[in-house]
Design a protein around this ligand. Structure first.
Ligand SMILES: C[S@@+](CC[C@H](N)C(=O)[O-])C[C@H]1O[C@@H](n2cnc3c(N)ncnc32)[C@H](O)[C@@H]1O
Length: 252
């Protein structure tokens, strides 16, 4: 890990074999981590740095709002540490899945609600903390800023500008450091931690490079990335980059 002059820290890792789960690339051998409790429980694909930043807050007394919760991956991880957690997502099938998983795990303090995170306000959920894992937009930052009292934390992981750079197209959801800092500042947050977590995977063969993104083919075909990535592979490219911003900000 290196810190540059702007105080941003960048982690570069070369990993062994990737998996693709729910449209997100998870790196084999790195996707099972200690949860915030430090106990035996494991979480797949959530940065231990991010969990550590959240775990440093007094979660036991807090209602946490997980924006874009999906099937509740982060929410179910945090639930044992929080007073209450509410996960919102606009996809009803994912919310159903999250509810099923919470019930199967015997988690009673997690609630999952179908909601558009960029339409309504968050005050109704009375959050003492807002978190978002790979679901980020200026509209979400604005709503977190309006819902959180001074001193409260907004923590998120977002695609960083270099995410999947080999596909030749920057994600419209991606943030670079300066854009993230600007939108947080505008909405009343002081940044306490901002880190780029970047992993570059090299594949030995064309087949391995294609196998790594098989779960992304449909999505990448629809947004034009697929053909660019195939061209990159045909020209001999064998890399795939995952790049996330990990941020913890506190309401001023
Ligand atoms: C990449 S997934 C991340 C899911 C989950 N946070 C995780 O890390 O497993 C992004 C999620 O954000 C949800 N999402 C995107 N835009 C949304 C919006 N405007 N309101 C609510 N959910 C949204 C999607 O339905 C999807 O479940």
């Amino acid at each position: 890990m290196a810190n540059d002059e702007r105080g941003i820290s960048t982690t570069e890792r070369t990993l062994i074999s990737p998996n693709v789960i729910d449209g997100m690339t998870l790196m084999g051998g790195q996707d099972t981590i200690e949860c915030v409790t430090g106990a035996e429980a494991k979480t797949r694909g959530i940065s231990p740095t991010f969990l550590g930043l959240l775990g440093a807050e007094p979660l036991a007394g807090l209602t946490v709002l997980d924006v874009g919760t999906g099937w509740g991956r982060l929410a179910l991880e945090l639930a044992p540490r929080c007073r209450r957690i509410v996960g919102i997502d606009r996809e009803p099938s994912l919310i159903e899945d999250a509810r099923r998983r919470a019930a199967a795990a015997g988690i009673a303090n997690a609630e999952f609600v179908v909601a558009d995170a960029e339409a309504g306000e968050y005050q109704a959920f009375t959050p003492g903390m807002v978190v978002a894992h790979l679901c980020m937009s200026d509209a979400i930052v604005e709503r977190a800023g309006r819902a959180l009292a001074p001193g409260r934390v907004f923590g998120f992981v977002a695609f960083e500008a270099e995410q999947w750079r080999e596909t030749g197209r920057r994600s419209r959801f991606a943030y670079d450091e300066s854009r993230a800092r600007a939108v947080l500042d505008t909405n009343g947050f002081a940044v306490e931690h901002l880190e780029v977590d970047r992993e570059s995977q090299r594949y030995d063969s064309l087949e391995a490079a294609l196998a790594a993104v098989v779960g992304l083919e449909e999505k990448w075909r629809s947004d034009g990335r697929w053909f660019r990535y195939i061209k990159y592979l045909e020209e001999g490219g064998r890399m795939l980059t995952r790049s996330h911003l990990i941020v913890k900000a506190r309401r001023r």
